[in-house]
Design a binder for this molecule. Structure first.
Ligand SMILES: NC(=O)c1ccc[n+]([C@@H]2O[C@H](COP(=O)([O-])OP(=O)(O)OC[C@H]3O[C@@H](n4cnc5c(N)ncnc54)[C@H](O)[C@@H]3O)[C@@H](O)[C@H]2O)c1
Length: 482
């Protein structure tokens, strides 16, 4: 029987990790590299177990597990290993006349002990990716995986315990009770992935200790489809980004489509056709699609689908099988804006299409709602692309594809407004777990009396000119011309 995690365990954990962090072990490049290499071994040697755990928790197809979880993690680790020395090196900063003579730099210093709380939908990626950032930046870290993906959570705990330095990297499994105990501790940063509702609980707990947070939340990510598009590719990419990414249970999954009244029937036909090509005549039987994570989420989605004035808007799919936690890829047309489906994040295989008179009206629809984690546009119109990218606020924007920005470590990944705060991936992960410390080195040379009392009008004028880097004024004051 696994031991219950109690309040004393949480405080002991903090004491042990604080001792390790204070000893300086996690700050060394060697430690960081060794831990990152261990994470790589987990990916390289345990992929079949990871794929099996994901199949157990979500019936996730092997391709999605191997590529969107393990391969992406391998990429992150290799990038960190390759770039670590560059990331860790202090950045030279320019100095000014005010501080002359001096040199300055920005030192990336580890924050201390950080807590990573992750979600169930991509349990390996969303757990290990932030941990890569935390370790790269030289922190001690506690990971709390989601209890809703139990096989993945216990495999993560087992593997991380087996390979990583237990004095500075730990996994605590559990649900609300365990997370609440962890949240009572004083962390140096909390990195949370999950819903906005729980995000508020995390931020409230963090505020008590003035702990900074990264909140990787979700939201309703819209897809705008222009009639001037490559319809076949558009349909395929929307399907791959929706049902082909954990069956719509992904934070950057298309939540709803906006298109014109005239174009909607063409888009629906193309999507129906491609859905059949992807998943066959009976998509419920396809092995190439994850199932719904559990019966609570199944019921939540069913409720959305069965709502009055929604159920009669289904134009494709709609079949459900509670026993096997399956819902067919379902497309709906013009569901009411005040329906559950349009008020809450869907996070599942339902995809409503809203029609607008002019495509530009879709911009107003998006702007009238909370800022999403991602916003997508399909078009061949260059002006429209630019207008979308420049005027729509979202965590990230992709033109003519879905979700692929997540795979580019040169781009920050994170939300804005209701979809979250802070970002990570690549160097952004390192920065998310570092304090950018300002360091200024001065010598005893050039000790000018102008900032020392007794003050005078001349000192005042000279100091003002120096602070404003006004060389001409400096000379004027020195020559007594001002
Ligand atoms: N931005 C991203 O990268 C990202 C990625 C995946 C999912 N998400 C978002 O996450 C949401 C889905 O995840 P979820 O919230 O259902 O995941 P979840 O239920 O797994 O919860 C996330 C974490 O919060 C913890 N938790 C739950 N209730 C808590 C409480 N009362 N107090 C403290 N901790 C608690 C859970 O134990 C878990 O570790 C969606 O909104 C989705 O868009 C965002």
């Amino acid at each position: 029987m696994t031991k219950v995690f109690e309040a004393a365990d949480a405080t002991n954990l903090m004491t042990e990790l604080r001792r390790s962090f204070d000893s300086g072990v996690t700050r060394g490049t060697e430690w960081r590299v060794s831990q990152l290499k261990k994470l790589l071994i987990i990916c390289d040697n345990h992929e079949p177990e990871i794929v099996a755990a994901l199949h157990h928790d979500l019936a996730k197809p092997e391709l999605e597990s191997s590529v969107y979880e393990v391969a992406l993690l391998r990429n992150s680790i290799n990038l960190a290993l390759k770039q670590l020395k560059v990331w860790m090196a202090p950045d030279k900063a320019k100095t000014s006349l005010t501080t002359f003579p001096a040199s300055a730099e920005i030192v990336s210093e580890p924050l201390g002990i950080v807590l990573v709380i992750s979600a169930w939908n991509y349990p390996f990626l969303l757990s290990i990716d932030p941990v890569i950032g935390a370790i790269s930046a030289g922190n001690a870290v506690v990971l709390k995986p989601s209890e809703l993906a139990p096989a993945s959570s216990s495999l993560l705990a087992k593997l991380m315990e087996q390979y990583l330095d237990p004095s500075a990297v730990r996994v605590v499994e559990g649900a609300v009770t365990e997370t609440t105990l962890l949240l009572e501790q004083k962390w140096d940063k909390i990195f949370y992935t999950g819903s906005s509702k729980i995000g508020r609980i995390i931020m409230t707990a963090a505020a008590k200790h003035l702990t900074p947070v990264v909140l990787e939340l979700g939201g309703k990510s819209p897809v705008v489809v222009d009639s001037n598009t490559n319809l076949k590719v558009t349909a395929k990419r929307i399907i791959a980004g929706k049902w082909g990414c954990n069956n719509g249970q992904a934070c950057i999954s298309p939540d709803y489509i906006l298109t014109t009244k005239d174009y909607a029937p063409k888009l629906i036909d193309a999507m129906k056709h491609e859905l059949e090509t992807f998943y066959g005549k009976n998509a419920m039987e396809s092995k190439d699609m994850s199932r719904i994570v559990n019966s609570n989420h199944f019921d939540r989605l069913s409720k959305m689908l069965e709502e009055k004035e929604v159920s009669d808007k289904i134009v494709c799919g709609g079949q459900k099988d509670r026993e096997n936690l399956k819902i067919a890829p379902t497309i709906l047309l013009d569901v009411p804006l005040d329906s559950l489906m349009m008020s809450e994040e869907i996070f599942g295989p339902l995809l409503p299409i809203l029609t607008v008179k002019d495509l530009e009206d879709s911009f107003d629809v998006i702007r009238s709602r909370p800022k999403p984690l991602a916003a997508y546009l399909f078009t061949q119109n260059e002006k429209l692309k630019e207008r979308f990218a420049m005027t729509i606020s979202a965590g990230g924007i992709v033109v003519n594809d879905i979700a692929v920005h997540l795979a580019l470590p040169t781009l920050p990944f994170g939300g804005v407004g209701e979809s979250g705060m802070g970002s990570y991936h690549g160097k952004f992960s390192f920065d998310a777990f570092s304090h950018k410390k300002a360091v200024l080195y001065k010598s005893f040379m050039g000790d000018s009396a102008i900032r020392y009392a007794p003050y005078s009008r001349g000192k005042l004028r000279l100091l003002k000119a120096l602070v404003n880097t006004n060389i001409l004024e400096v000379f004027k004051v020195l020559l007594g011309l001002s």
